[in-house]
Design a binder for this molecule. Sequence first.
Ligand SMILES: [Zn+2]
Length: 337
Amino acid sequence: MEQRFLPLQINLTFRNENACSGKNGGIRSWHHYDIVGRRITNTMSISIKKLNLFVSFAILFLLLVGGSGHADYSFSNDADAVENAANSVFMLEVYDSRNRKIAVGSGFVIFEPDILATNYHVISDGAYVVAISDESVPYQLQQLCIADKAQDIALLRFDVDHGFEPLIPDTTGKLKRSSPVVAIGSPAGLKNTVSIGNISAFFDQNGKNWIQFTAPISSGSSGGVLLNDQGHVIGITTATYASTQNVNLAVRVEKLMELYRKWDGKTTRPMGRVTGKTNTSMPSYSTGQIAEGKVWISGSGKKYHNNPECSKMRSPREIDLLEAIQMGYEPCGKCYK
Ligand SMILES: [Zn+2]
């Protein structure tokens, strides 16, 4: 019977029994190895110990060589670093002054531990925002630091400083097409979804300097963060062309830095439209109201919504978000920003 498909096993043969200890060092004393399907001999257990030692040396060597330069660092390949960055990104639920949830979007901490960046269009009709952390803890924001409607960007302040770690803006401005990027946001209300892609192009339109990129985003991703392969913020994920494949757009972080420099660092005002007389009482919400993973659908139409009052739904019913996705429903672009 032919033995071509035998699993390969590595059989190390050491001529020097002290190969891996003592002055001679292990690696130089390593003479040859076979990678044929030989029977395991009595010396195999000793060989495996030496193999382990050799592997340890090899890993140490690679670490020393690999760690010597930052040029090889790749944030998009560093899952722990991406996880850490996600702690500074939030799913935003936007409420009006009557405590109705009107939109879902994304935002991230930048510049200071209590400053949150997002798109202006995400919060423009809201009275306050509940930012839901990666670990599903809700935090309230009612104060607007500064906004730029034309650039579609805004900076909000958390009601209480929780000491979140601000993401670092890229200040080099050196962006190249094909460079890897990581997007973190809440497409379709799926909190802190990570996607990886690359920069496709740059172009200017209506005074906006867009970064076009491929990392998938969707309704709900507005205000999310776009990071380069060093893990630094290069943009705010803002828009996507609905009728195309992966033509996604981010506002460049330079615009956010300009906005931050314009702000005096202390003055804030209540965000959005507060109807009626000035109401000094705190807007209220309870964590129980945040039915995570629940959406509203109606018999007609193929969109799901984050509240039953959106788009004049007929006999709306509440179902699991994942169920709605499985059934082929898509996020409503009005209540998912
Ligand atoms: Zn809707």
